[in-house]
Write a protein that binds this ligand. Structure first.
Ligand code: SF4
Length: 418
């Protein structure tokens, strides 16, 4: 097995099950303000006692009770907005980055995915290395501080028969084309694919990628960390426990990751609670060990417009429901408490006006300029594929909030952009 036995073991402990309905019982009748205060107290207790167990706390019941009630919209919004302000202030951050979806060839068939293609089928592409180098250099010329790389699980992405050698070569080339740029690359699913295909321990893969310039890892492929849902939407993908194990190994390699939740399809409130509680447990583990952990939480609303028909029919909606996703944005902010300082909406999936509105529902970051995007756009998203620093700044300014350009890991970015 490519995963380390220790990470696998720890993942089994940290992965949280969907809370049973009775755990929410004592909290269901509480006014929202009391529920929020109880959540805050439970988070404080968990953070204060390094050995405290999340399962033995009130958090599972409180999480489920909070996620079951989306109706008190203004109260939810203002509680999340107040928590955001107390944790991070009024600034709205963004990163100038370029997204590179290097290939959409993929050996898996996730039921929500409109991006993947087989071999020579229409729409299949694999960007040549020279093209990628050119795009990296161009991005840096216009002020990008980050390249974000994600792709399908491409069976041909090999160099001398090795997927790791291909990935290392890719990072080295990009680093040479755009010296000093931050490389945010390879989802947990891609990392595991490289390790398994090459028959290597994941730790060895991470060491070599880090030496080649890997700066941090996107926490995508999490979808919903509840295996019954994964069996419905992505049965071939790594399990919830494997996702957690990969993330633990990445964190323990002293690389930060982001955290995501894909929501608005077949998942229940209990599945969402399991996912968010797992993120808290993993972040607690990182803090205990003094590791970088998760840098931000990104809510990814499901876009079904071009998704394969069976799942699309079951969900019955082609675009995210903005009202529901804004309520969930607030619930996520409240539920993740001080464990996650930075929350980001997806303007690609929601459109920029709705993502800007999410800044009033607990978010403090508008993500990246992207410059190009293929995965969600091929799923039928309406948000477009690029923003300029000016459009992101203007979105923050319309709310009377200052915009701040950041680095990938939330340092102050120094480049000047129009
Ligand atoms: S979501 Fe990723 S792993 Fe799944 S089919 Fe699409 S490209 Fe492949």
């Amino acid at each position: 097995m490519s995963l380390s036995p220790e990470a696998w073991e720890d993942a089994g402990t940290l992965l949280q099950p969907p809370p049973l309905p009775e755990r929410a019982g004592p909290f269901r009748g509480l006014p929202l303000s009391s529920l929020v205060a109880s959540l805050d107290a439970a988070h404080t207790k968990l953070a204060g006692d390094g050995s405290a167990s999340l399962q033995q706390s009130d958090l599972p019941g409180l999480a489920l009770a909070l996620l079951e009630r989306g109706g008190e919209r203004e109260q939810l919004r203002s509680a999340a907005d107040a928590l955001r302000r107390s944790l991070v202030g009024d600034g709205v951050t963004f990163v100038v980055n370029r997204n590179l979806n290097t290939s959409n060839h993929c050996v898996l068939r996730c039921h929500f995915c409109a991006f993947r293609r087989d071999g020579d089928t229409p729409g299949a592409y694999r960007l040549p290395l020279q093209e990628l180098e050119g795009r990296a250099a161009e991005a840096q010329r216009v002020g990008a501080t980050e390249l974000c790389l994600q792709a399908g699980l491409d069976p041909e992405a090999q160099l001398g028969g090795s997927h790791l050698a291909f990935a290392v070569d890719l990072l080295l080339r990009l680093r040479q084309a755009a010296p000093g740029i931050h490389l945010h690359a390879f989802s947990p699913q891609e990392l595991l694919f490289i390790a398994e295909r090459d028959g290597l321990p994941l730790d060895r893969v991470l060491v070599e990628l880090q030496a080649a310039g890997l700066g941090s890892v996107p926490g995508t492929a999490a979808e919903v960390l509840s295996d019954p849902v994964r069996r419905l939407i992505c049965p071939e993908k790594l399990s919830a426990r494997a996702w957690v194990a990969v993330i633990l190994q990445v964190h323990r390699q002293r690389l930060a990751t982001t955290a995501t939740l894909m929501a608005g399809h077949l998942e229940s409130a209990a599945d969402r609670a399991a996912h968010l509680l797992t993120l808290v447990a993993v972040q607690q583990d990182a803090h205990r060990r003094g590791l970088p952990g998760f840098s931000e939480f990104v809510l990814l609303p499901f876009v079904g417009a071009a998704a394969p028909a069976p799942l699309r029919r079951k969900v019955g909606r082609d675009q995210p429901d903005p009202a529901a996703m804004l309520a969930l944005t607030a619930q996520c902010r409240l539920l993740l408490g001080s464990w996650f300082v930075h929350h980001q909406p997806s303007w690609v999936k929601l459109t920029l006006p709705v993502a800007a509105e999410a800044l009033r529902w607990g978010c403090d970051d508008l993500g990246g300029t992207l410059m190009e995007e293929h995965i969600t756009t091929m799923a039928g998203a309406l948000g477009g594929t690029r923003q300029t620093p000016a459009t992101l700044r203007a979105a923050a300014a319309r709310l009377g909030r200052p915009a701040l350009q950041r680095t990938t890991l939330y340092g102050r970015a120094e480049t000047a952009n129009p």
